[in-house]
Design a protein around this ligand. Structure first.
Ligand code: NAD
Length: 339
C-alpha cells in the first residue's frame, strides 16, 4: 500500500502533515480543534492544513478557537489542479468535505453528486499521485434502512436518498482506488452526530435554537423514525483511531450511544429546554424517509474504541452550548442560505 509511513502511525516525536478537507464544517472543525488542542497525543505535533470550499455549512468561525494554528486553503475537492498543488507534502488526508443535508439532496442533488462522488474520486486520485493516505468519512445512510438488527461492514450498500447514494458512490470509488491501485484508503461510517457548531438546519440544533426562542419545532410524519445518536467527539476519536491504527482498504463503523425515535428525541429536548408539547408541529414526512439505521461497531471496538460521552450528558452540554452561543447561530438562522 502506498502512503503508509511511520509518521502517520504516530511514531514518537514525528510531525504529521495532515490535510483536513471540509475542516470548516461541523465534524471537520471539531476534529481540527481537537487535533490542534492536543486531543490526539500521537499526532500532537501535527502540521494542519484545512481545505474547504466554505459552502453554506462551512464557517471559519468554527475554527476561531484554533485560529493561527493551521494553514487555510479556500477551495473545492472537485478542483483537480488545486488538489495536485495542495495534497503533495501531506502524510494523510482526512476527508470530511461533503454536501450533507438529506432534505437539500431531495430538492437539488447535483452538487451532492459532484462533491460526494466526483470530489471523493478526485481526492483519491490526488492521494494516489502524492502517495498520501486517505481517511474518508462516511455515513450509515449508505446501507439504506434496517427494521431490526445492525449492519456490519460487509452489509450490501442500498442507499435511498440522493445524499446517501452520492456518499455510497464516493465510498465505492475510494475503495476502488484501494483495490485497483493499492492506495491506503480507510473508510469510517457513523450514525447521527450532535454537538456544538452544527449548522442549525439539522434536527438537534434546529429544535434547540427554535425552543430557545420559544418557536415551534417541526416533527416529520409519525415521529417514529429511529436514529442512533453519537456525540461528535466520540465520532472524531473513532476516525482518529482508524487513521492511526486501522488497516488499509478497510471500512470501520462508529456506532452511536442512544437509539431513539424522533418523538423520544423531541420529548427529551422539550424537557431540557423546559418547553411544552404545544410547540411540536407535525409536518408531512420527508420523501423516502429511512425508518431506522443501526451499526455494529465490533470491528472498531476490537481496535480499542469505546465511546466516552453518554447521551444525556452530551445532550445537556450541547443544549448549554447553543444557549451560550447565540452570536454563532443567530446569523445563520437570520440569513439562511439558498438550497
Ligand atoms: P457539514 O455540512 O457541517 O460540513 C461539510 C463541510 O464540507 C463544510 O465546511 C463545507 O463547506 C465543506 N464542503 C462542501 N463541499 C465541498 C467541496 N466541494 N470542497 C471542499 N469543501 C466542501 O457536514 P458534517 O456534518 O460536518 O459532515 C462531515 C462528514 O461527515 C460528511 O462527509 C458527512 O457525510 C459525514 N457524516 C456526517 C454525519 C452527521 O450526523 N452530521 C454522520 C455520519 C457521517
Amino acid at each position: 500500500m502506498t502512503g503508509g509511513t511511520d509518521k502517520v502511525t504516530g511514531g514518537s516525536g514525528a510531525v504529521t502533515r495532515v490535510l483536513v478537507t471540509g475542516g470548516a464544517g461541523f465534524i471537520g472543525s471539531h476534529y481540527v480543534r481537537t487535533l490542534l488542542g492536543g486531543g490526539y497525543p500521537a499526532w500532537a505535533d501535527a502540521e494542519v492544513t484545512v481545505l474547504d470550499k466554505l459552502a453554506y455549512a462551512g464557517n471559519l468561525a468554527n475554527l476561531e478557537p484554533v485560529a493561527g494554528g493551521y494553514t487555510f486553503v479556500h477551495g473545492d475537492i472537485t478542483d483537480t489542479a488545486l488538489l495536485a498543488s495542495v495534497v503533495p507534502g501531506h502524510d494523510v488526508v482526512v476527508n470530511f468535505a461533503a454536501e450533507t443535508h438529506v432534505d437539500r439532496s431531495i430538492t437539488g442533488a447535483d452538487v451532492f453528486a459532484l462533491t460526494n462522488m466526483v470530489g471523493t474520486h478526485r481526492l483519491a486520485s490526488a492521494c494516489l499521485d502524492a502517495g498520501t493516505r486517505l481517511v474518508h468519512v462516511s455515513t450509515d445512510e449508505v446501507y439504506g434502512s434496517i427494521d431490526t438488527g445492525s449492519w456490519t461492514e460487509d452489509s450490501p450498500l442500498a442507499p435511498n436518498s440522493p445524499y446517501a447514494a452520492a456518499k455510497a458512490g464516493g465510498d465505492l470509488m475510494a475503495l476502488a482506488y484501494a483495490r485497483t491501485h493499492g492506495l491506503d484508503v480507510r473508510i469510517t461510517r457513523c450514525g447521527n452526530n450532535y454537538g456544538p457548531y452544527q449548522y442549525p438546519e439539522k434536527v438537534i440544533p434546529l429544535f434547540v435554537t427554535n425552543l430557545l426562542e420559544g418557536r415551534p419545532v417541526p416533527l416529520y410524519g409519525d415521529g417514529l423514525n429511529v436514529r442512533d445518536w453519537i456525540h461528535v467527539d466520540d465520532h472524531c476519536r473513532g476516525i482518529q483511531l482508524v487513521a492511526e491504527r486501522g488497516a488499509a482498504g478497510e471500512v470501520y463503523h462508529i456506532a452511536g450511544t442512544a437509539e431513539l425515535t424522533n418523538r423520544e428525541l423531541t420529548e427529551r429536548l422539550l424537557r431540557a429546554l423546559d418547553a411544552g408539547p404545544e410547540l411540536v408541529r407535525r409536518v408531512a414526512d420527508r420523501k423516502g424517509h429511512d425508518r431506522r439505521y443501526s451499526l455494529d461497531d465490533g470491528k472498531l471496538r476490537a481496535l480499542g474504541y469505546r465511546p466516552a460521552t453518554g447521551f444525556d450528558e452530551g445532550l445537556a452540554a450541547t443544549v448549554r452550548w447553543y444557549a451560550d452561543h447565540p452570536h454563532w447561530w443567530k446569523p445563520l438562522r437570520d440569513s439562511p442560505s439558498e438550497g
